[in-house]
Design a protein around this ligand. Structure first.
Ligand code: GLN
Length: 192
């Protein structure tokens, strides 16, 4: 199994460290041709407008959608969750997303109350204790389509969802040292 992490901007190194700790071949994806042999792609947190602009410059939009149509799983964390969403709320004018996952994501939604925080989450399908969510200027998922499953909420707001071979988390699972969501992506979300 090979999992790529889009390495244009943001917290991609931390995802690679997590994948390597799980003994998965991890690829820092800097050019579209590196998508060709991937089973899954993680789009990291960072700044969705900056990542989106770099994705346009490096012509990533069509190749990611194309590889996803062929079965490549996709996981967006934080800014990445914005980039996989079909609908972006409070985006900047003309902000582009991949439009893969049937969710509406509101940028900086928690930021109106508090910029960054940590909280224990009851995350579906994870064994053991709660998962510590690290939220950094996080969006929330405002709506999910009929085909999507809500995996976790914080004070009513949806903070993780899955639709088929797509996963969206609005917090940063690569920053906690707890590999359970990466393992969930590898074992459950990536089709075997
Ligand atoms: N607020 C950022 C955005 O809109 C996301 C923050 C993050 O990824 N930690 O892109």
């Amino acid at each position: 199994m090979r999992v790529g992490v889009l390495a244009l901007q943001g917290a991609f190194r931390e995802h690679i460290v997590m994948l390597e700790a799980l003994e998965v071949a991890a690829v820092a994806v800097r050019l579209p041709n590196q998508l060709d042999d991937l089973d899954g792609l993680i789009i990291p947190g960072g700044e969705s407008t900056a990542i989106g602009k770099l994705m346009e410059s490096y012509e990533f939009f069509e190749p990611i959608a194309g590889r996803h149509a062929e079965g490549m799983a996709v996981w967006g964390t934080c800014a990445g969750a914005i980039l996989v969403a079909k609908r972006v709320l409070d985006g900047v004018t003309g902000q582009r997303s991949l439009g893969l996952m049937d969710i509406a994501v509101r940028r900086n939604a928690f930021g109106r109350q508090v910029d960054s925080f940590e909280v224990d989450l009851d995350f579906a399908h994870l064994h053991g204790e709660d998962y510590r969510g690290v939220f950094i200027r996080a969006p929330w998922i405002e709506e999910v389509g009929a085909g999507a499953e809500v995996l976790a909420r914080h004070e009513g707001a949806i903070v993780a969802a899955r639709e088929g071979n797509m996963l969206a988390t609005v917090f940063h699972p690569e920053l906690t040292g707890d590999p359970r969501i990466h393992r969930y992506f590898i074992e459950d979300v990536i089709p075997t």
